[in-house]
Ligand binder design. Structure first.
Ligand code: F3S
Length: 398
């Protein structure tokens, strides 16, 4: 990979340890994937924030980099293992909280904005169409590539951090036009009614597309929250963090439909629900906000929970970014949700919080949430927001 004189100096350590380490990572990646140069990135989003996943070795790695590492571009974080303010309310141990705070301190030292969210585009980390970025969180990467039309590979935590310290990333993969062309045509022959239907659609398309980029037709309309849900699901059950929906997402007007064609019928969606749902009726946790809730979703939750009461046998969590919650506070939604017995899980999520062994079952609107909850040994139920609220109030899935 070609390096400018300045880049060579960074690689030789002239700009310190963190920059040298970062250049080593970026050059290795560039060589593996055949990049010819580094390109500037407009922003970075770093995953690998939960102490639950990092452990002490990860914390040590971050502390080493934080000694002299300072990010060169706008950089935000993916969810951490706990709500950074109200972790006790969510049943997190003091021991875990101490370690998680050390992780956040290390990121803060690096100049990173420690807003921990997988929907950074709702809180100011919003790239423009065509902008090169280096993001890690798979649902956010898919949203950035497909809904915004920015350009990013799915970075690992270390490679995203490296891009932040250098302000650049190797030009390969989804940064290049030739790798962004769709290669499977998906005709959708179903009407989608709820956000969980979008999750089920993501499951079906992800499974059929495998490692190919879908060009999707048959969808007449889509709200941002529905696309957010679809992004999380299609990349979890498929592989590529990029899709086109004709007349809805950017770039679909210039791409041609690929020859190979598959269809999505009612039966596919039914199968997706059957695969994602376990035959469990007692629900111990209901979690909404995978990916993190928008203010519109929180307003809907408040509307459905008004003057109601969550079952004593169930916890109800709303996962969102702290900034979006602040808007919910001002609008009075927080008060309604908390009065009903619900809790906010800011900065964190159902996949990265240490939940294994705490709940046996979970209900959610999110297909991705179900995927990760199963890894945490929970039985899963996916349904509409209304179904999830009813489950929270009755403690049962009907
Ligand atoms: Fe976000 Fe966690 Fe879901 S990172 S997409 S809430 S699994």
């Amino acid at each position: 990979m070609y390096l400018t004189e300045r880049e060579q100096r960074m690689l030789s350590g002239e700009e310190g340890y963190a920059v040298r380490k970062s250049m080593e990572i970026l050059v290795a990646l560039g060589d593996i994937y055949g990049a010819d140069k580094l390109i500037r990135v407009g922003s970075v989003q770093v995953a690998g924030v939960s102490y639950h996943n990092l452990g002490d070795a990860g914390l040590e790695f971050l502390n080493e980099l934080a000694k002299d590492g300072k990010v060169k571009v706008l950089t935000t974080l993916n969810p951490a293992g706990m709500d950074l303010e109200n972790w006790r309310t969510l049943g997190i141990s003091d021991e875990f909280a101490v370690k998680q705070n050390l992780v956040i301190d290390a990121f803060r030292k690096m100049g990173i904005i420690t807003s921990c969210t997988c929907t950074p585009y709702f809180i100011g980390n919003l790239p423009r169409y065509g902008e090169h970025i280096a993001w890690s969180e798979s649902s956010a990467v898919t949203f950035a590539n497909s809904v915004i039309g920015a350009r990013t590979n799915r970075e690992g935590g270390p490679s995203a951090l490296a891009a932040a310290f250098v302000g650049m990333t190797p030009a390969y993969g989804l940064h290049l036009d030739e790798n962004r062309a769709p290669n499977i045509y998906v005709q959708v022959n179903v009407i989608l009614k709820t956000q969980s239907d979008w999750g089920a659609l993501g499951y079906s398309i992800g499974k059929k597309a495998e490692n190919r980029i879908p060009y999707i037709t048959g969808i007449k309309d889509a709200e941002v929250d529905e696309l957010k849900s679809f992004c999380a699901s299609v990349v979890t059950y498929g592989a590529q963090p990029l899709f086109y929906i004709k007349d809805i997402t950017p770039g679909s007007e210039t791409q041609s439909p690929p020859k190979e064609k598959v269809t999505i019928e009612e039966n596919d969606l039914k199968e997706a629900y059957e695969e994602i749902n376990d035959p469990v009726t007692d629900i111990e946790l209901v979690c909404i906000g995978c990916p993190h809730c928008s203010i519109k979703e929180i307003a809907e939750i408040a509307e459905l929970l008004k003057d109601r009461r969550i079952s004593l046998s169930t916890e109800f969590w709303v996962a969102t970014s702290r900034l979006v919650k602040q808007v919910a506070d001002k609008r009075g939604y927080t008060e309604i949700i908390e009065k009903a017995g619900g809790k906010f899980a800011c900065d964190t999520c159902m996949a990265v919080a240490p939940l294994k062994g705490r709940f046996k079952s979970v209900a959610t609107t999110s297909a991705k949430g179900c995927f990760y909850s199963r890894q945490n040994k929970m039985a899963t139920r996916m349904g509409s927001l209304r179904q999830c609220i009813e489950a929270a109030v009755s403690g049962k899935w009907n």
